[in-house]
Design a binder for this molecule. Structure first.
Ligand code: DX5
Ligand code: ZN
Length: 224
């Protein structure tokens, strides 16, 4: 299980200090938005390269951009631990996953809320993680879309059926109120922006989220 706080809700004028606030987390989730794939503009490769130099934990890059075939491998080459492209924007997802791997990062595909998983199930063989968006991508602080949980289950079931080690990430509206439902549906990588950076103590918020998942998982397992 991994907790990946999103720095989208952090203070953009102090990103190095904001990364240190979450150094007890597993990954730092960095939302790259190009104002084309989503109606918002955040940061790009030069800023991610600067973050990589100072981040105490691996960077989980979530690319909400057009033409990821062109850009995503560069985030892997720069040193991101995991690079996620949107399947809606990818031209050759299999080739793209291979290029990300060749550059030394884990490769993931993301699905917007309206995008079904079934047409892409065969890609599981080429991926390390599937990101099921639980809000419409573009902004932090939106409400969790509970209607995406069946998709989380569907992805988890497909991974179980096929075997192999593919992680399932949820992103959007994940908080102390919603994280257990996500774990129950089969998610094991949890992105949380406002729930972590909006808390008085970000590190405590990370630990609290982690404890909720651990408790949920052990309870579930003890029930058989
Ligand atoms: C939304 C981003 C998320 C966002 C989540 O497009 O992909 O990573 O930061 O923020 P919260 O946790 O506040 O919904
Ligand atoms: Zn994200």
């Amino acid at each position: 299980m991994l907790i990946s706080p999103s720095i989208l809700s952090a203070d953009f004028a102090n990103l190095e200090a904001e990364l240190r606030r979450i150094e007890n987390a597993d990954w730092a989730h960095v939302d790259v938005m190009d104002n084309h794939f989503v109606p918002n503009l955040t940061l790009g490769l030069p800023v991610v390269e600067a973050l990589l130099k100072v981040s105490p934990i691996p960077i989980d890059a979530h690319l909400m951009i057009e033409d990821p075939d062109r850009w995503a491998p560069m985030y892997a080459e720069a040193g991101c631990g995991s690079v996620t492209f949107h399947i809606e924007a990818a031209h050759d997802p299999r080739g793209l996953a291979h290029a990300i791997h060749a550059a030394g990062a884990r490769a993931a595909m993301a699905l917007k809320p309206a995008t079904p998983f079934a047409p892409y199930e065969e890609l599981l063989a080429d991926l390390d993680m599937v990101l099921v968006m639980t809000v419409e991508p573009g902004f932090g602080g939106q409400s969790f879309m509970v209607d995406q949980l069946p998709k989380v289950r569907e992805v988890r079931d497909a991974i179980r059926r096929r075997g192999g080690q593919v992680w399932v990430q949820v992103d959007g509206g994940v908080s102390a109120e919603t994280i257990e439902q996500c774990a129950d549906a089969g998610a094991d990588v949890f992105v949380a922006g406002s729930a972590v950076y909006g808390a008085p103590d970000a590190a405590d918020a990370v630990e609290h989220l982690r404890a909720l998942v651990r408790h949920h998982v052990s309870h579930h397992t003890s029930l058989g």
